[in-house]
Design a protein around this ligand. Structure first.
Ligand SMILES: [Zn+2]
Length: 317
């Protein structure tokens, strides 16, 4: 069966066509119009329709770079089959400001499913649900850690859903983490429509992290290769699946030094870091409470009692 014409908010993309269209136009208080570009690569031959989207939070730049790199490759511009729907910057307004949230303080990824006449975030969410979700089979939403948290490259999905796990294995990041749905997220609302969306987390906000960028690009290429959408020879990663996780928090306030590497496997009792008093007196050593993998670290040098320092994926072996 041949591919059909795709329509996004009244704009048609024919089979065999690569085209950038506009999700919608939103007006700021300055009367400035803000548009969200959607780049579609629509092969003539049938195959899966994949969404890659990033910049849901405007200061999370790694995902934006991942999608830029993926869609500028020759083999992706000339897909053998299927469709790629790429939205490198969903939250254009927050990207302009370099901020996580929208100008009214809302988190766009808590605005789903959204409404046509709601807040700016609610309208963007509504447009994604109305115009994008129906034309895709599944998707990947690219994020980074926020507030000085650096996430080791990882996919987050629901282990109870076999389609989630199968997609994660095709993408094949080194860490795959079980993560239940949160209300108001794109991931949860798309799943209600039968469209699995996996969240990729890599690096931290406002900082390029080339390990996270390269793992993300390679995952997208592996995924497309697995559906024979591109010719590309990339070996599978060895993936570790993590069912449970825990945060190691600061027992005291002070200057935090990390003694272990992000992504490393640690054993219960290993020294993970030290919190020093700036006046040279106390040292508070932080030990791993469990065997596991370091899946995220706090890069903030000054920490307060109770702050989240190290995110551990618990190793069940
Ligand atoms: Zn995010």
């Amino acid at each position: 069966m041949a591919q059909k014409t795709i329509t996004i908010n009244g704009q048609k993309i024919e089979p065999g066509e690569n085209k950038t269209v506009i999700l919608n136009s939103y007006e700021l208080h300055t009367k400035t119009k803000i548009e969200i570009p959607v780049h579609v690569i629509h092969s003539k031959n049938p195959g899966p329709s994949i969404l890659l989207c990033a910049g849901m939070h405007g200061e999370e730049t790694n995902g934006i770079e991942i999608i830029r790199k993926v869609i500028s490759r020759d083999e992706v511009e000339n897909l053998k089959c299927g469709t790629l729907v790429a939205i490198p910057v969903i939250n254009v307004v927050s990207f302009l400001y370099g901020s996580r949230d929208l100008p009214d303080g809302r988190d766009l990824n808590r605005c789903f499913p959204g409404t046509k006449s709601g807040s700016l975030g609610s309208r963007i969410a509504y447009d994604l649900m109305k115009h994008i979700v129906p034309i895709i089979d599944f998707g990947f939403d690219f994020h980074t850690g926020g507030a000085k948290i650096n996430n080791y490259p990882q996919l987050r999905c629901v282990f109870d859903f076999p389609d989630n796990v199968a997609l994660a294995e095709r993408f094949s990041t080194s860490l795959i983490i079980d993560s239940s749905y949160r209300d108001g997220t794109f991931r949860k609302e798309a799943s209600k429509k039968g469209k699995p969306i996996l969240v990729y987390e890599g690096g931290e906000s406002m900082r390029f992290d080339y390990l996270a960028i390269n793992e993300g690009v390679n995952g997208c290429l592996r995924l497309m290769q697995s559906y024979d959408m591109i010719d590309f020879d990339l070996p599978q990663n060895h993936s570790v699946k993590i069912k449970d996780d825990t945060w190691v928090r600061a027992n005291s306030s002070g200057l935090f030094h990390m003694n272990a590497n992000n992504g490393a496997h640690v054993r219960k009792g290993d020294l993970l870091g030290v919190i020093c008093n700036p006046f040279g007196e106390a040292e508070d050593k932080i030990y791993s409470p469990t065997n596991g993998y370091i899946v995220g670290i706090n890069n903030q040098p000054v920490v307060n009692q109770g702050d989240a320092l190290i995110h551990l994926g618990i190793d069940e072996d």
